[in-house]
Design a protein. Structure first.
Length: 149
């Protein structure tokens, strides 16, 4: 007998059916929180993947190539945007512009330090708030590295 909350094993990566980008698996909970109604209401609990490619309109897809695009989501997907106002940290509302301003003004990203502190205190909700379903701290590192270049 299996537990009703158990989910079948799934591969951690799959290529996007639209752009072929390698895409990481994302939790069912993420889609439930990110998709607009009625898409979230009729969503089967199975393996889904997040395509973070900026050149692709697909955000989520399953192994059968059922896709959800940027217009199917409740929020703008920062990973797919070039806007300075795009969110980097969805849990604590930190934008790309905020990070750039901090780096330009002081050379230090104070927002990253706060996000790290709050994450250590388990105050984040990355799985439900971030469309990628993942922690944003790696994105902070990429932005800082690009700023230094």
């Amino acid at each position: 007998m299996t537990n009703c909350c158990d989910s079948p094993a799934k591969p951690s990566r799959l290529n996007c059916p639209d752009c072929s980008a390698v895409s990481l698996s994302v939790g069912y909970q993420t889609l439930i929180h990110q998709l607009k109604h009625p898409n979230n209401a009729a969503l089967p609990n199975k393996a889904y993947y997040f395509c973070g490619s900026r050149s692709c309109n697909v955000v989520y897809f399953d192994a059968a190539a059922k896709v959800f695009g940027v217009d199917d989501l409740r929020v703008e997907v920062g990973q797919k945007s070039d806007s300075d106002n795009r969110l980097v940290c969805y849990c604590f509302d930190v934008s790309y512009a905020c990070i750039q301003d901090e780096l330009h003004t002081s050379g230090v990203c104070q927002s990253k330090a706060r996000v790290m502190e709050w994450t250590r205190a388990k105050l984040c909700s990355c799985e439900s708030r971030n469309p990628s379903g993942a922690c944003c701290l790696a994105e902070f590192k990429r932005i800082e590295k690009a700023f230094e270049a």
